[in-house]
Design a protein around this ligand. Sequence first.
Ligand code: AMP
Length: 453
Amino acid sequence: MSFEKLGLIKPLLGAIKELGFEHPTAIQKRAIPLVLAKEDVFATAQTGTGKTAAFGLPLLQRLRNTTAAEDRVIRGVILSPTRELSIQIFEDMKSYSKHMSLGCAVLVGGKDLESQQRLLKKGIDIIIATPGRLMEHVEKGLNISQVEIFVVDEADRMLDMGFAKELRKVHPLLPKRHQTLLFAATYSDKVRKLSKLLLTKPTFIEISKKNSTVDTINQIAYMVDTDKKAALLAYLIGSRNYPQVLVFTRTKASADALVIELKKDGLKCGIIHGDKTQANRQKTLNEFKEGIIKVLVATDIASRGLDIEELPFVINYELPSVPEDYVHRVGRTGRAGRNGEAISLLDVYEKFDIKDIERVIGMKIPKETVAGFEPDPTLRRADADEVKLKNEHKKPEVTYHKRNMKKPSSNKRAEVTKKTDTKKTDTNKKTEPRKKIVTNKKAFSSKKSKTSK
Ligand code: AMP
């Protein structure tokens, strides 16, 4: 199947060729004809499947007939949850529309409202925005009553980030007749509820197994003690000569602490998280893309918008607190059919947390150790028996999804204790309470318990 067969017009086919896309991806094959036929679409597609072009190309084609700059009205709105993702979509849209005369603008926080308002007067047909910033513009008079196509990208993430209110406010301001395209990387009851509000007789596209990770990613986990994680990470990057690595931490503070440690090992690192300014994040991302920075440490919030060509390695320095974020994190590698590797470093707590992730992705992640970094077998979490018992009695996958993805208990970290008795414990028998000897007092583990996302 070729892009020509999907009915795309010449200016778009030219741009696609220049980008080096030879064949449409699965989501593009399914979505492009539906969008061109003006249907509402509800698609669940993994990160890296080519979903931006799946909605972007036909949207540009549908809106191709534009008027003189001064008469233009907003006819396309694309909402995305984060600034980074919005900027990425904007850049993609610019490259798809390079042979067309449509005007696109990106409206995100961190830039001043007035300069964005001035830009909107220069003949803009399509805006790409975060929900909060779109509402700010609407409150200042931006007219969205003539929108023909409304796209909600990464709807699940948007809801997780608390944007339901903004979506409910935007919806009645759109004209009665418009086309809506809803994209979500993972599937949840919340997204389904939103689809009922936003979509009219949608066609449903499910590209891959629910919440599964991309097939081309090799996934592995290394068991290691919390206080040896930074050293193991530096060792892996150095000894395996990883050219470019994206490292995820659970919190901003552990990202900061990790960067300090890695710099001591002489690694060139950058950091992206919610406390960094938009300009700073963009600069770091560019330096990473250009290879000036070898290691990019990021939190989950920042992970959504990152699109780095041929990124071979993603390392989960800490597992995410929401299992679905694992899918988003590792989706940064193995993009559009390329091979990638996702490594997770698991300490005594995460050994249990990973089971929730395995349930969501529907597969077991192999667990190994690295010579010289083997975990201390006598270390165990204080509530280990309780957690083990809970895991053994967890309901199967389907029921878990219906329960609306309860967060695993990993946010609240229990103390680490030293086993006084190293013999295997029978969890069905009542055991004597163990003597707690709190270990791992080093910087990393202690910082974790104080941090916020
Ligand atoms: P997305 O899922 O939209 O974030 O896209 C993931 C990556 O795949 C981006 O780097 C796109 O440029 C790339 N891509 C999208 N469609 C194709 C295609 N048909 N062939 C090759 N690469 C593609």
